[in-house]
Every structure is written in structure tokens, then in C-alpha cells.
Design a protein around this ligand. Sequence first.
Ligand code: NAD
Ligand code: UDP
Ligand code: UDP
Length: 338
Amino acid sequence: LTHRAIHSGFVSFHPGGKMPLGLKRKCLRIVVTGGAGFVGSHLVDRLIARGDSVIVVDNFFTGRKENVMHHFGNPNFELIRHDVVEPLLLEVDQIYHLACPASPVHYKFNPTNVVGTLNMLGLAKRVGARFLLTSTSEVYGDPLQHPQVETYWGNVNPIGVRSCYDEGKRTAETLTMDYHRGADVEVRIARIFNTYGPRMCIDDGRVVSNFVAQALRKEPLTVYGDGNQTRSFQYVSDLVEGLMRLMEGEHVGPFNLGNPGEFTMLELAQVVQETIDPNAKIEFRPNTEDDPHKRKPDITRAKDLLGWEPKVSLRKGLPLMVSDFRQRIFGDHKADGA
Ligand code: NAD
Ligand code: UDP
Ligand code: UDP
């Protein structure tokens, strides 16, 4: 008898939310590492709304209590301040492993991807939980194939300034598959492409948060390099839907989860100007080392096997993030009128 069976009483979850009439799904116990962060906190909202019990494990390296505070007092919610680089004992059915310093400004200093992932896989093995790794499009490096398909092995510099992140996630994928093959752990791998939305870190240096904060503060938008490099930007609710479908489905992956709409950084700056301030200036800055020239997901696999595709375009999603940023930058009173 596995721990999963013990915890959840043999009841399986129906991804589309459609339960056979008269059957009530038992509540699952789910760990979300990094659950106080940007993506994690939105995922936690969905899991709690669905009626599950959620344990957030976070060391607040880049996450914030404010992102999950609205669940304080809910008996289905627990928050543990813990660094996943240290072992952790819990009894759970599912592990969404998101803990990781995701921005280039932060990730250079941290072994979370390797040691943290190993610990969470050890936990999954011990209690028979299903483990989902949030990997990244960065595993494709500066890709020589466009768009990127899951079968592409990538073009990554193993000793570059970004390698702690991209090689770290590649190692995390390797560990995940090793535990799957060697220890029979049920695993899922998502390769997430650039995601934006409310609760994103304001000052962590990512392009969407930088441009939005700059436009709101009446500062110039800083375009690195010539601005012709491309990225594909996904709204956070689309990602969370994809992660949940992946966890509940039958396929290990890896799955690309991203919005195939591809924009140059200059085009993104233009959308930000249209959305926030048509008079916002653009300022060119030198680009960082090893910056990938282009990135765009091929999401055929996720469409076919998970029945998933993004629904929110950049022009629809950006305004949803702007009101949150306005509130956090200026405080409530300006948020309504400004
Ligand atoms: P985020 O920085 O907002 O969230 C990460 C969370 O992990 C934070 O709350 C942070 O405090 C926590 N954390 C970091 N190190 C930890 C540690 N050692 N122990 C415990 N908690 C720790 O970032 P995000 O954008 O929400 O990213 C979530 C996951 O998705 C990450 O694994 C990231 O690599 C992946 N991802 C995100 C994007 C994106 O565009 N947002 C793209 C690709 C992959
Ligand atoms: N681990 C953990 N929680 C658990 C079980 C394991 O944090 O509930 C950690 C454990 O401390 C180890 C890692 O996960 O560092 C890998 O565990 P595993 O049992 O796979 O390897 P072993 O301890 O046998 O090397
Ligand atoms: N970038 C930019 N201005 C900024 C921040 C980033 O032009 O203020 C560029 C960066 O050089 C990269 C792209 O935007 O080409 C995406 O950067 P981000 O750090 O958001 O994501 P990643 O490189 O991880 O895809």
C-alpha cells in the first residue's frame, strides 16, 4: 500500500474538474516548494480553491509572505519557512517543486536546483508521492533549433554565467528521470517559458517586470543589446493550468509550457508603451553574456497529450499585471486613479 493510497483514500482526480455524478473527490495533501513566489502562489490559490490541503515550503529568498497571506487562518493551508537544500520530512501525495531563484540577478549564488531537487525526490521516494519538476526553456540554451521541441537537447555553455541556472535545471531533470527509472518515483517535468503576471518580483531584473515598473515610474525602458532577441511570454494563469494538467495526467514529459507568440524586446517595449505610457523612452544598454538570441516553444506535445494551450495573449495579459504593479509601487491611493 503506497502512502498516496493512504493519504487520498484511493480516489483519483479528474483533471477537467468533471467528476462522475455522486462521487466526491477526497482532498489531496500537496507540497508546493517555492509556493510563496510568483508562480507558486498562483498555483496555491488554484489548489486551495479546488479543496486540497496545501503545504508551502519556502525560504523567502525571492518569495514574499504577502503572496500567500490571504490563506492564513485557512486550516487547509500551512506555511513552512525552510531551505530545500536541507532535508525535509513530510507526508504528502504530490510535490510541486518550484523552489529556485529564477531570476539572473539571484540564481548565481545558489545550489538549490541540484541539492534541493535531490532532497524533494528523496522525499517523494520515501512517501510514494508524485513529483513535478518545474524546469525551464533555458535547458535549450542558445538554441540552434527554432522553435524548440522537447526532443531538442539544447546548446548550453557549461561554464557560463548562466550555467548555475540552466545546467542546474538540466541536472535537476537528470535526477528526476533517475529517480523515476531507478526508484520508480512517479515524476512529471515541465519546461516553462518566460512567464509574467501579478505578484512577479518587481526588481529582480526580468524584462517584463523591468519594463512595466520603468514605464510606471516614468523611467526609460532599458533594452539590452540591439533589442532584436526574441522571447515568448506566457500569462501566469495559463502556466498554472498547464502544471495542474501535467500533474494529474499520465505523461512524464518533458512538456514545453509556454505561449508560442514570439516578440523581440523592442516589440515588447512597444506593447508596454501602448499599455502604460506611449511617451515612455527607450534606452539601450549592453547585453549580458550568453544571452539566448531567440526562444519560442513548440507546444504540439502539450496540446496533443494534455489538451492544453495558452489562452491569454500578451496584449490581454499585460494590463492584468499592470494594476498589481501600480498598487505595489505607488500604494493603494494612486492605484485607482493613476
Ligand atoms: P520566484 O522567484 O517568484 O519563486 C521561487 C520561489 O522559491 C520563491 O518564493 C523563493 O523564495 C523560493 N526559493 C528559492 N530558493 C529556495 C530554497 N532553497 N528553499 C526554499 N525556497 C526557495 O520565481 P517563479 O518565477 O515563481 O519561478 C518558479 C519556478 O518556475 C522556478 O523553479 C523557476 O525556475 C521556474 N520557471 C519560471 C519561469 C518564469 O518565467 N517565471 C520560467 C522558467 C522556469
Ligand atoms: N530526503 C528528504 N526527505 C525525505 C527523504 C529524503 O529530505 O523524506 C533527502 C535525504 O536527506 C537525501 C535526499 O533526500 O539527502 C535523497 O534521499 P534518498 O533516500 O534518495 O538518498 P540517500 O539518502 O539514500 O542517499
Ligand atoms: N532584457 C532587456 N531589458 C531588461 C531586462 C532584460 O532587454 O531590462 C532582455 C534580456 O537581455 C533578454 C530578454 O530581455 O534578452 C529576456 O530576459 P529575462 O531575464 O527576462 O529572461 P531570460 O533571459 O531568462 O529569458
